[in-house]
Design a protein around this ligand. Structure first.
Ligand code: NAP
Length: 251
């Protein structure tokens, strides 16, 4: 069994400068891992802001520019991370977007944009890191899906399809790389208090809260702790699983 202290591990968190990704980057860096935030140009500044909150762990947080919807950019960023840090132990596919409309009003561009970032993005990133993980004979991949991929949601056909597809991708890659001591799991958050949720109409947020048995939005840190659990060296027998963190909204 490969066992290294977290101080020797390298994590890649896509969209890891804010929201759920920001909480994941922060927790992993505070626990000692080197964290590469992969994001769009605007995220460089946001990563700097995140770094200000990290105090002693700040030097462990690094920014790499890349659009997860572009395979060439994913590959280039991953090559840069490996060249600089020597390995990649954890990949957290967190970057995601919404373009909500009912199917009748949804444009083909809105459909394709969400599929490109939320489903092709994780595929591109997994494809870009797998050779490194196989060579290491160690890896942990966590895909951030959604309760919407499990239960559907009005006005989110593109998002639901991408997040459901991500669960299929998770299970298939888990099968393909189990022999290489790489685990692949999905986390399915419910409604979490981030910019993405703030963009929803207030009635929709109120309805989501009223339908959630815990009667509140989740916090990004609550998702980050689940991801931390799944990337642990001791989680090597957990693969192809989908973990809910949704306040009981979907069981
Ligand atoms: P968020 O606050 O909107 O953050 C999304 C992050 O993804 C941002 O850093 C964003 O960068 C980045 N991103 C978007 N497109 C990208 C691209 N093409 N390449 C690289 N980075 C890109 O969202 P969040 O609420 O934290 O959500 C994080 C993940 O959790 C998403 O996959 C989302 O679908 C999922 N999720 C969220 C909820 C929720 O209630 N919030 C529930 C279930 C699942 P910019 O800052 O440049 O935009």
């Amino acid at each position: 069994m490969s066992s290294l202290p977290l101080e020797k591990r390298v994590a890649v968190v896509t969209g890891g400068s804010r929201g759920i990704g920001g909480a994941i980057s922060r927790l992993l860096a505070e626990d000692g891992a080197t964290v590469a935030v992969l994001g769009l140009p605007i995220d460089r500044e946001r990563t700097e802001t995140l770094r200000l909150h990290l105090n002693g762990s700040a030097p462990r947080l690094h920014f790499y520019e890349g659009d997860v919807g572009d395979f060439g950019e994913c590959r280039r960023a991953v090559e840069g991370i490996v060249a600089e840090h020597g390995r990649i132990d954890y990949l957290v596919n967190n970057a995601g977007i919404t373009r909500d409309h009912t199917v009748r009003k949804m444009t083909v561009d809105e459909w394709q944009a969400v599929l490109q970032v939320n489903l092709s993005g994780p595929f591109f990133m997994i494809k870009a890191v797998l050779d490194t993980m196989v060579a290491q004979q160690f890896g942990r991949i966590v895909n951030i899906s959604s309760v919407v991929g499990q239960g559907g949601n009005f006005g989110q056909a593109n998002y639901a399809a991408a997040k459901a597809g991500l669960i299929g991708l998770t299970k298939t890659v888990a099968l393909e790389v189990a022999k290489n001591r790489i685990t692949v799991n999905a986390v399915a958050p419910g409604f979490i208090d981030t910019e993405m949720t703030k963009a929803m109409p207030s009635e929709a947020i109120e309805m989501a809260i009223s339908q959630t048995p815990k009667r509140r939005l989740g916090q990004p840190e609550e998702v980050a702790h689940l991801v931390r659990f799944l990337i642990d060296d001791n989680a090597g027998y957990i693969t192809g699983a989908v973990y809910n963190v949704n306040g009981g909204w979907y069981m």
